[in-house]
Design a protein around this ligand. Structure first.
Ligand code: 4AD
Ligand code: MG
Length: 423
């Protein structure tokens, strides 16, 4: 007889079931032991009596066990079913598990390799898997090819201040901040491409939404302008919400999020310009120096006015990346948008790309870059240059938002931040 899963228990009412997993909770008296077994699908209460009692007695939390028993309905048991155990094998008797109730977030992060087994982390990681699956499904469904860029790169794209430099055979090289520059070369063959890959940022500030290594879903599309780019961002985010609400309703509820509310997140999203955002913030009593980027604080304040994700368009050129196309209606702005969500802030950074080589070179010089390092990139504007655009979505930020997490660090198995490189 093969093993069933805890989720199958109701189908086995009145019948014998075989399960394997770990001891989630454990309580024994002289005549009866209650063992709550955990597997990937959930937990179930099992009762042990008679000859098996000594074996159940010595169990400790997180011991690996295999058991056989009869399923019956029991209103008092969590989940409504209980198993009367008729066979019990201890696969591995655990040492005393170091994680108990009421431990600090900091300590749980240090014990992340063990904390991954918690119901909270398991629920988040299932949502995470669904988010990755949805991104692949969305782009592949639209005929996009998956394209990969190098992680070692001589170029910066998102400003020099967040670059990680590593020693590459005695010479410095950077870890990729983005896939984008290479993607802009690849669209001339593949036209519609996407990726999900790690990006690296040497963030100086310690916030609840910055990692130094995060997973970045990026897309680049030939022949696509700024309007279609906004629709694409909305569509992708709505698609992820639908998929997660459908596949992970149970996990979202465990995380105290309402799957029905998430299922209702549909395009179009509200759109405002940067100038309009500044006006709203001014009314809220926040003063922003003219032409400055929105900081976490301001994004959060702005999002108090919105329930759906918000698209903020046409940022000042001076605060945005060198590759963004100048707004033909206002040369002080760029054809870029950020998508913001409540509590988390920016989840997407998007833009139509500049095609003028002079303009690109000028902006690179302004940033103190040696343009000869970017010759290969500038070549993409020499041989059949076309309008193109794309965006990057921070996958952990989306997970943080959907799961209602205080910190982005819980949106990934093993977070990396300025202060954390272990376990
Ligand atoms: O806005 P960013 O810097 O844009 C780019 O990198 C573009 N090259 C993307 C593109 O057009 N292909 O980053 C994109 C997104 C942000 O909106 C944010 O969600 C996420 O990446 N992000 C981070 N997530 C976690 N930790 C960090 N330190 C992040 N920095 C950016
Ligand atoms: Mg950005």
């Amino acid at each position: 007889m093969e093993f069933q899963t805890v989720s199958q228990v109701p189908e086995y009412d009145g019948k014998v079931i075989k399960l394997r997993g770990w001891v989630y909770r454990h309580r024994a008296s002289k005549t009866i032991a209650f063992v709550v077994l955990r597997d990937v699908t959930g937990t179930v209460q099992c009762t042990v009596k008679g000859d098996l009692l000594p074996k159940a007695d010595e169990l400790r939390i997180e011991s690996a066990i295999e058991l056989e028993g009869k399923v019956h309905k029991d209103e008092r048991a969590p989940g409504g079913y209980e198993i009367t155990v008729t066979g019990l094998d201890v696969v591995h008797l655990a040492e005393r598990f170091p994680i108990t109730k009421d431990q600090s977030t900091q300590w749980l992060r240090e014990q992340r390799h063990l904390w991954l087994r918690s119901q909270k982390m398991t629920a988040i990681l299932k949502v995470r898997s669904a988010v990755f699956g949805a991104i692949h499904d969305y782009f592949r469904g639209k005929g996009y090819y998956e394209f990969h860029s190098p992680m070692f790169t001589p170029c910066m794209a998102e400003g020099g201040s967040t670059l990680f430099t590593v020693d590459y055979y005695g010479k410095p090289i950077f870890l990729a901040q983005t896939w984008q520059l290479y993607a802009e070369a690849a669209i001339f063959g593949l036209e519609k491409i996407y990726t999900i890959a790690p990006s690296f940022r040497s963030e100086k500030s310690r916030t609840s939404r910055h990692l130094t290594e995060y997973w970045h879903a990026e897309v680049e599309t030939a022949w696509q302008g700024f309007d279609a780019l906004q629709e694409q961002g909305e569509e992708l985010v709505a698609f992820i919400c639908q998929a997660v609400a459908k596949k992970c309703a149970k996990e979202l509820e465990e995380l105290e999020q309402d799957p029905k509310k998430i299922a209702k997140i549909k395009a179009p999203f509200p759109r405002i310009t940067y100038d309009e955002a500044i006006k709203i913030l001014k009314k809220d009593g926040m003063s922003i120096a003219p032409g400055k980027d929105l900081r976490t604080l301001e994004e959060e304040k702005l999002m108090e006015h919105y329930e759906l994700p918000l698209i903020v368009t046409r940022y000042p050129k001076a605060v945005k990346a060198f590759y963004m196309r100048e707004d033909p209606e206002d040369p002080s702005k760029v054809l870029a948008y950020d998508m913001l969500v409540p509590r988390v802030g920016e989840i997407i950074g998007a833009s139509e790309r500049e095609t003028s080589i002079d303009e690109l070179e000028r902006k690179l010089r302004e940033e103190g870059e040696d343009t000869s390092t970017y010759e290969w990139y500038l070549d993409t504007r020499k041989y059949g240059s076309v309008q193109h655009s794309g965006f990057g979505l921070g996958v952990e930020r989306v997970i943080q938002w959907l799961c209602g997490l205080d910190s982005i660090q819980d949106a990934i198995g093993f977070p990396r931040t300025p202060d954390r490189t272990t376990p």
